[in-house]
Write a protein that binds this ligand. Structure first.
Ligand SMILES: Cc1ncc(C[n+]2csc(CCOP(=O)(O)OP(=O)(O)O)c2C)c(N)n1
Length: 711
């Protein structure tokens, strides 16, 4: 069993218990099991350089950073999927229960298979208050409250009162009963071998907030009130009566009966804790890297799209990836350590090949025309990005692997959850006893450039900007331009540890550029000159055309072909970026190019036209310290979105081939003389484009069917 502490500032509960059972001192020997250690334990609490008041990465036995409320229940369920013997006791704060992610996570029980998964025991701590307000759940009738949880599919049991002795007995008896109930449900389901959804037990624990703390402070009710939140007694330096109250409060627990003269817990009490890895701070499930097994990986090269020449054949990158993921799934079915997560979009994102080997997890009722739903399914779909993210985090934190595919625009829903997970990875990287876990892999597809029917609401490439705020040692961003590069990147990400990997790739039929050998080389380097598209070998280029992302790559190549047609003497270097972090200086990111290498690629004085998938300013942010930054001109998405054709989206954001050609003309001085004619031709083309899409609702055939013309 592991414990998840959801409520705000629930950390001391876990820290205290892991100290008393001995694990805390094993991991932090300076906090020894004596008076000196106790002194350090107390002093470090909420002290500069010490430990926070929530359960945190430093807390033994915790998979949960409780600072940002709302994720405890989804984490708990993520932890028990595919771990039939594990129970997670998950305390949910009644304030926390008001958050969106927590509210929707109750439905996780419709995805829990009693035969092959473990169980979650939710304990709603109804202490009635948050920081400054009553909680909603504490101010509805008992009938409404119980009906709510019955409606969610649980069988609630209420433990209620304020007399500690009676309450401890009552809680102990209830815990014993519900654990027996969980085991009985599991035993019955496992004996039958045919899983049905049971009514899982849960506990509603109704106590006073600040229970056993000071009853009144400064004449104001404190125990049983929001005033007991976090710091019930402040201004200790100036209010001696507060010091007296604190002493009284602490002494009310009669420490002299619990600890000996040297400050050691008396043996009768110390002996109550379980031994070894059964202790709550030593359970390997809460240090998932210890349990992590490598995924068995098929050779991604076997899924390659044949590319006889660059820019001539068409494929759907994510559909190709789907076949690879299917076989990753197939190879690891027996290990039960890989799941794919997504908010109802696995098929829409063209990863449907997965359903050849597994179903979507589903324990709710079935209907005759259901497709690919099953109790044993390993594709987890619920229309809650929060729940998908929370489940995946719980699954990874307990030593398994996963993959999350999502529409690019809507991944922003979990911005904050991503933040917290990235912080967890950053902090745990520095904690020697925490072992690295599998990376959290996002595939962002159905992206900004191809929302032909959905329109503006579905157009937002800003998650990348958000992700790169985080520490370089835990985040990676990849923009593979075609299917073979996507395969190579996905293989790399699935093997990696302790990162958040963001992969952005389109699902629509699109031109393919690199055969598998070239793709592997390109992805390994992360950035490189596409020689077949460049004509500057042996001379200084007149312009560098850089691109990152599938649509920008297409438009850049189309622009290059136009330039070849109209100004064949122009020397163009084409650079494609797969690994966005290559743009940063080496001292800022482990993948960053040295200044020397960057200058060699981008030159120190040639105009650079950079077509980028997302918001253009990110490229400036990543490259502002590069020598040639002053000549860098970036095109990207500038919030000109609507329901329109693919090419019109590019035109509206000035990232289309014609605007890119115009950018080159404007920036390469020697083109002055021919500029007027070329620009007029471009203007005419853009007018023709607008007229054509207005009349036909589709792009000009010469644009839509464009292929790389070769040399
Ligand atoms: C998402 C989020 N919003 C707001 C806060 C600030 N906050 C910290 S504790 C708390 C109240 C929590 O109440 P509850 O979950 O009932 O826990 P309790 O302290 O009563 O045990 C709030 C609002 C937060 N930590 N996270």
């Amino acid at each position: 069993m592991i414990f998840v502490a959801g409520p705000g500032h629930g950390g001391p509960g876990v820290v205290a218990n892991t100290y008393l059972e001995g694990t805390y001192s094993e991991l932090y020997p300076e906090v020894s099991r004596d008076a000196e250690g106790l002194g350090k334990l107390f002093k470090q609490f909420s002290f500069p350089g010490g430990i926070p008041s929530h359960a945190a990465p430093e807390t033994p036995g915790s998979i949960h950073e409780g600072g940002e409320l709302g994720y405890s229940l989804a984490h708990a369920f993520g932890a028990v999927f595919d771990d039939p013997d594990l129970i997670v006791a998950c305390v949910v704060g009644d304030g926390e229960a008001e958050t969106g992610p927590l509210a929707t996570a109750w439905h996780s029980n419709k995805f829990l298979n009693p035969v092959t998964d473990g169980a979650v025991l939710p304990i709603l701590h109804l202490n009635g208050y948050k920081i400054a307000n009553p909680t909603v759940l504490a101010r509805i009738s008992r009938e409404e409250l119980e009906s709510l949880f019955l409606g969610y599919g649980y069988q609630p049991r209420v433990v209620e009162g304020s007399d500690p002795g009676t309450m401890h007995q009552s809680m102990a008896a209830t815990l014993e009963a519900v654990i027996a109930e969980v085991r009985a449900i599991q035993a019955q389901a496992r004996a039958k071998g045919r899983p049905t959804r049971p009514r899982w037990p849960m506990i509603i624990l109704r106590t006073l907030k600040g229970w056993t703390g000071p009853k009144e402070v400064d004449g104001k009710k404190t125990e049983g009130s929001w005033r007991s939140h976090q710091v019930p007694l402040a201004d200790m330096a100036t209010k001696p009566e507060h010091v007296r109250l604190l002493e009284q409060w602490m002494k009310s627990y009669r420490p002299e009966e619990l600890f000996d003269e040297a400050g050691r817990l008396i043996p009768e009490l110390a002996g109550l804790a379980p031994a070894g890895s059964r202790r709550m701070g030593a359970n390997p499930h809460a240090n998932g890297g210890v349990l992590l097994h490598e995924l068995k990986m098929p050779d991604f090269r076997g899924y390659a799209v044949a590319v006889p020449g660059p820019g001539t054949v068409v494929a759907e990158a994510t559909r190709v990836l789907g076949a690879f993921l299917r076989d990753v799934m197939r190879r690891n079915l027996d290990m039960r350590n890989f799941r794919v997560f997504g908010p109802d979009e696995t098929a829409s994102n063209r990863l449907g090949a997965l359903f050849e080997v597994t179903d979507r997890t589903w324990m709710a009722d079935g209907a005759p025309d259901d497709e690919h739903l099953g109790a044993d399914g390993r594709v987890m779909e619920i229309l809650s990005e929060h729940t998908c993210q929370g489940w995946l985090e719980g699954y990874l934190l307990t030593g398994r692997h996963g993959f999350f595919s999502c529409y690019e625009a809507f991944i922003h829903i979990v911005d904050s959850m991503f933040n917290q997970h990235a912080k967890w990875l950053q902090v745990t990287r520095q904690i020697p006893w925490r072992r690295p876990i599998a990376s959290l892999n996002y595939l962002l597809t159905s992206h900004v450039w191809r929302q032909d029917h959905n329109g503006f609401s579905h157009q937002d490439p800003g998650f990348i900007d958000h992700v790169v705020n985080k520490k370089a040692d835990v985040i990676r961003v990849y923009l593979p331009p075609d299917a073979n590069t996507l395969l190579s990147v996905a293989d790399h990400c699935l093997r990696s540890r302790h990162y958040v990997n963001v992969i952005v790739a389109g699902k629509q039929p699109a031109l393919q550029y690199l055969d598998m050998d070239a793709a592997v080389k390109h992805c390994t380097a992360g950035i490189g000159i596409w020689e077949w598209a460049s004509n500057d070998r042996g001379v200084e280029p007149d312009v560098v055309m850089a691109c990152a992302g599938d649509v920008p790559t297409l438009e850049t190549l189309a622009a290059v072909s136009l330039l070849r047609q109209h100004v064949p003497e122009l020397r163009v270097r084409v650079i494609n970026v797969v690994d966005l972090m290559r743009l940063q200086p080496a001292e800022e990111h482990p993948h960053g190019l040295s200044h020397r290498d960057f200058d060699a690629l981008f030159t120190t004085d040639t105009p650079i036209i950079f077509a980028y998938h997302g918001y253009p300013w990110l490229i400036h942010r990543l490259t502002y310290r590069r020598t040639n930054h002053k000549n860098l001109h970036v095109r990207g998405y500038k919030e000109e979105g609507t329901t329109t054709t693919p090419f019109d989206m590019a035109v509206r954001n000035d990232i289309d081939r014609f605007h890119l050609v115009a950018d080159v003309i404007d920036r390469v001085p020697k083109l002055g003389a021919i500029a007027a004619y070329a620009k007029q031709a471009i203007r005419d083309k853009l007018i023709e484009h607008a007229q054509y899409i207005g009349a036909h609702g589709d792009d000009l055939p010469e644009v839509r069917d464009w292929k790389w013309p070769g040399r």
